[in-house]
Design a protein around this ligand. Structure first.
Ligand SMILES: Nc1ncnc2c1ncn2[C@@H]1O[C@H](COP(=O)(O)OP(=O)(O)O)[C@@H](O)[C@H]1O
Ligand SMILES: [Mg+2]
Length: 476
């Protein structure tokens, strides 16, 4: 209940913005993966186009015996149609060259050999063009139209680079458009299916947590049949449970307060009555002498009852404070307090090994043992002479995970009335003057120690098993 309250997510923080961003990122990533091969193919086609013109030009050169004799006007036209500064044609060890009248002398020459163009080389080549300086000279090498002929074109790389940049821009714009349109479409779909219902749930939870006593804040589940629908229905059920539990708890707390007040006054009144009855008991009148002891015990019982109800309100609240405790001594103390040690009729045996030391709250666990031992004594005393040799004993058994202290007696066993509401406060008692608190408190304390308190199933007598986890063991 003390956990910090979370703020409601803003319009675009939270789920929706994450969703949109993720979708766009994923689509762009996919686009990049597709973009690289497509850019490489674009460049390969571009180079092939130039090469084809070069091949046509080379065929002309091949047909002419002396290239130098060709008119300059013709060679220039050939070169410009291929976009090249120079064309070289090699065949059978011979080579022919035409170049522009004022050829540029290149510093950096990069070769694109179209005869061995696998995809990887093409991709690397394409990236290289984009990131290199724009002033390189490009040398395109390719197969001529005859088997052993070779055509080379020399040209500036600038036009290729510009075309590739333009192409990349186009792809970029299209990709971004696709990513945005897809993201928006998916977002709308997800909003309808998922984000709005989840937002409604979160807002409802936040509001309900602020005011769980307000029943109008309980969510109205929609008719959806999917997981969100289940969450809505479960939340509605949880909220209405919580609502009624809180209301019930408030009523109980009010009642408890009233009872505690009445009880307190009652105890004080009874204590005054006890003082009076003590006085009365000293009178000599034989009638008074006969009745007074009964009056005294009745008052004792009533005061005891009032006191234990008051104690119940107080003592079960604190969590146990663990410290190493020798169990043999703890059991002995509890038996003494339960008036079992030195009892005229009932035998008591404490079989707890001396070495057993547990990390427990000594006063709380002592209270558990006291309640169990006192119940045993009361049962044996009530049975009176019906039991031949009344006996109470405490034994210990261990396995890998648990240490069990068993409190057993050879008494009459649990009356059926007690069995039904055993461990339930104010309900479990089956004896006159009982509060039914002893076992309820005992179980609560045991569970706060991570243990269990169980009634053992056996044909005669009664045995309660106080089962504690071995993790509480202290090795000495
Ligand atoms: N060892 C026992 N033998 C027989 N009956 C028992 C034993 N321990 C508990 N009971 C029964 O269980 C009831 C509940 O016990 P407890 O919770 O201690 O409440 P209380 O002692 O105030 O009645 C007792 O009233 C008694 O009838
Ligand atoms: Mg009791």
């Amino acid at each position: 209940m003390t956990a910090e309250r979370s703020a409601p997510p803003g319009r675009f923080s939270g789920l929706s913005i994450k969703l949109i961003a993720t979708i766009i990122a994923v689509i762009l990533l996919v686009e990049v993966v597709v973009y690289l091969p497509s850019l490489a193919t674009f460049r390969a086609n571009w180079l092939d186009d130039r090469l084809r013109v070069g091949v046509v030009a080379a065929r002309v050169l091949d047909a002419v015996p002396d290239v130098m004799a060709l008119p300059r006007e013709l060679t220039d036209r050939l070169l410009t149609s291929a976009g090249a500064n120079a064309i070289v044609y090699r065949r059978q060890g011979q080579s022919q060259l035409i170049e522009l009248a004022s050829p540029v002398r290149p510093d950096v020459v990069v070769t694109a050999d179209m005869r061995q163009a696998d995809l990887m080389t093409l991709i690397v080549g394409a990236i290289d063009v984009l990131f290199a300086s724009p002033d390189r000279t490009l040398r395109i090498v390719g197969q001529g139209d005859l088997d052993d002929s070779l055509v080379e074109l020399l040209m500036s790389e600038r036009p290729l680079r510009q075309d590739m940049l333009a192409y990349s821009r186009q792809i970029g714009i299209v990709s971004l458009a696709i990513a945005v349109v897809t993201a928006v479409a998916l977002y709308l779909l997800a909003s309808f299916l998922f984000i709005y219902p989840v937002r409604r749930l979160t807002q409802n939870m936040l509001a309900f947590r602020q005011a769980p006593e307000n029943a109008s804040l309980i969510i109205t589940p929609s008719a959806r049949r999917d997981e969100i629908g289940i969450v809505e229905r479960e939340l509605a059920a949880m909220e209405s449970d919580l609502f009624s539990m809180l209301r019930q708890r408030r009523h109980l707390a009010d009642l408890g307060l009233a009872v505690a007040k009445i009880n307190h006054d009652l105890r004080n009144t009874l204590t005054s009555a006890q003082l009076l009855s003590d006085q009365v008991a000293t009178l000599d009148d034989p009638k008074v002498q006969r009745l007074a002891p009964r009056l005294v015990t009745t008052l004792d019982k009533a005061i005891g009852f009032a006191q234990s109800v008051l104690d119940y309100g107080r003592e079960t609240a604190a969590p146990p404070v663990l410290a190493p405790v020798a169990m043999l001594a703890l059991v002995d103390d509890a038996a003494f307090e339960a008036r079992l040690v030195g009892h005229p009729a009932i035998g008591f045996a404490n079989a707890v090994p001396e070495s057993l030391v547990l990390n427990v709250d000594a006063s709380q666990l002592g209270r558990v043992l006291l309640n169990l031992l006192k119940n045993a004594r009361e049962a044996l005393e009530a049975a009176g002479t019906a039991i031949a040799s009344p006996q109470v004993s405490v034994t210990v058994s261990e396995d890998e995970e648990t240490v069990t202290l068993s409190v057993s007696d050879n008494g009459p066993g649990l009356p059926p009335r007690a069995r039904e509401n055993l461990f339930v406060a104010f309900e479990g008692s089956a004896r006159a003057g009982g509060t039914g608190l002893g076992l309820a408190i005992a179980r609560e304390i045991t569970e706060a120690h991570g243990g269990k308190l169980l009634l053992a199933d056996q044909p005669t007598g009664t045995r309660f098993d106080l089962i504690l986890p071995t993790t509480l063991r202290v090795d000495v």
